[in-house]
Write a protein that binds this ligand. Structure first.
Ligand SMILES: Cc1cc2nc3c(=O)[nH]c(=O)nc-3n(C[C@H](O)[C@H](O)[C@H](O)COP(=O)(O)OP(=O)(O)OC[C@H]3O[C@@H](n4cnc5c(N)ncnc54)[C@H](O)[C@@H]3O)c2cc1C
Length: 377
């Protein structure tokens, strides 16, 4: 296997780096402290064409693909992971509609979502266990031309700001995926979860109480909802989480390296101490390894491989990149002494963000189950 970053990919990276350094980095701490959703930055990201990279041009996307998405999520997350994570979860419903939805749904929802004029969320998880989605309790019953839906979803990113939410419910002994719009009677955001990281991106619980949705709100065929959700979460959620992790790891490394060169102890920068060099060397090697896993997986998706073909590759890149992000964040905090614990120096915030990624889009154990089950087959 061989891949190169194209000139378009390099240009995209330069453009996103400029956006991240000039427009996100100076506000990252303030936005994190406020814990409010970053509407202005989403709008800007839409103007730059960054939200619709996996969507076709016909529906307002840029069709740049999965490697482009990986690069932009990485560059944004280097300085501001909540925004990178928005590009993870915000793309879930956009992918589900583009891949499984009908033409009417694509025309109705995708252009505004690509532009950042509207925001979406995608919900599978329930209190009955995110790793065991087949045990969900939310039910949709067909009555006349409408589905009547009752249930509750939890730990769902950005439902509060979302104009449109995709979700999966039981339809008989199978599962189906639906679209619900903000303001639909019976749909209510009931809670914001307390989170330690990614704080400006709300994670919500919502309830559906006798919520009536027309058949036209079904994404794809009835009974295919779990296929839609699991394909979407693997292709977009896991790769996106890996991209955020890669960005966090790089951010931590860059901050810690700069600090180590500037911090003088015993008359010399601490970068001259071998114990510090060993930590930086570990970070450097692991980031390069994670980058290879992430880029090659995204590139293979661009070559037409599916999330089923790449189940192990996708699980590997999410598992490894998230572990690397956590290890790099922890080492950066360590290298920087007391400064590492000061929010102003950013690495403690990046560690909190990295911790959230262990569970999001499937836990690290679930990634190992996917890999383990395949390699022992
Ligand atoms: C920041 C954040 C954002 C999120 N955003 C979304 C979203 O937008 N949409 C959405 O649908 N969900 C979202 N989630 C939920 C996430 O997908 C779930 O938290 C995740 O799937 C795990 O489910 P759970 O928390 O119920 O843990 P559980 O499934 O209860 O797992 C508990 C523990 O058991 C382990 N475990 C489970 N099964 C096995 C097994 N077979 N063998 C060994 N160990 C096992 C798990 O690894 C974990 O350690 C988000 C979560 C977070 C933290």
């Amino acid at each position: 296997m061989d891949f190169n970053l194209s000139r378009e990919h390099e240009m995209l990276r330069d453009m996103v780096k400029e956006f991240a350094n000039n427009e996100l980095a100076p506000r990252a701490l303030e936005l994190d402290n406020k814990g409010e959703f970053f509407w202005e930055q989403v709008k800007r990201s839409g103007q730059l064409g960054l939200i619709g990279v996996i969507n076709s041009k016909e529906y307002g996307g840029t069709a740049m693909g999965h490697l482009a998405r990986m690069i932009l999520i990485e560059e944004i997350s280097r300085v501001y992971p909540p925004m990178g994570f928005f590009h993870q979860t915000g793309n879930l419903l956009m992918y589900a509609i583009e891949t499984f939805g009908n033409d009417q749904q694509k025309k109705k929802y995708l252009p505004a979502l690509c532009k950042g004029d509207k925001v979406s969320a995608f919900a599978l998880t329930e209190a009955s266990g995110g790793s065991d989605p087949a045990n969900m309790q939310t039910e949709a019953t067909l009555k006349g031309n409408d589905y009547v839906i009752n249930g509750r979803k939890c730990w769902i990113t950005a439902v509060d700001p979302a104009d449109v939410v995709g979700f999966v419910a039981k339809t008989g002994d199978k599962f189906s995926a639906f679209i619900v719009e903000k303001g639909t009677p019976g749909f209510e955001v009931t809670r914001r979860e307390e989170t330690i990281g990614l704080r400006s991106l709300p994670v919500n619980e919502f309830a559906l109480t006798n919520c009536r949705l027309p058949k036209g709100n079904l994404i794809g065929e009835e009974g295919r909802g779990l296929v839609c959700a699991l394909t979407t979460i693997a292709t977009i959620g896991r790769t996106g989480a890996a991209g955020v992790a890669l960005g966090i790891a790089r951010g931590c490394y860059e901050i810690a390296l700069k600090f180590a060169k500037e911090r003088v102890l015993y008359g010399k920068p601490i970068a001259a101490l071998q114990a510090i060099q060993f930590m930086l060397a570990d970070m450097n090697v692991e980031i390069e390894a994670a980058k290879w896993l992430c880029y090659s997986t995204a590139w293979q998706l661009d070559q037409g491989k599916t999330s089923r073909d790449l189940a192990v590759d996708i699980a590997r890149c999410k598992l490894y990149a998230v572990d690397v992000a956590n290890r790099c964040a922890y080492k950066a905090v360590d290298i920087m002494g007391a400064y590492g614990l000061s929010p102003e120096y950013r690495v403690i915030g990046l560690l909190r963000d990295a911790l959230e990624l262990g569970v999001a889009a499937g836990s690290q154990e679930v990634m190992k189950i996917t890999i383990g089950a395949t390699i022992t087959r």
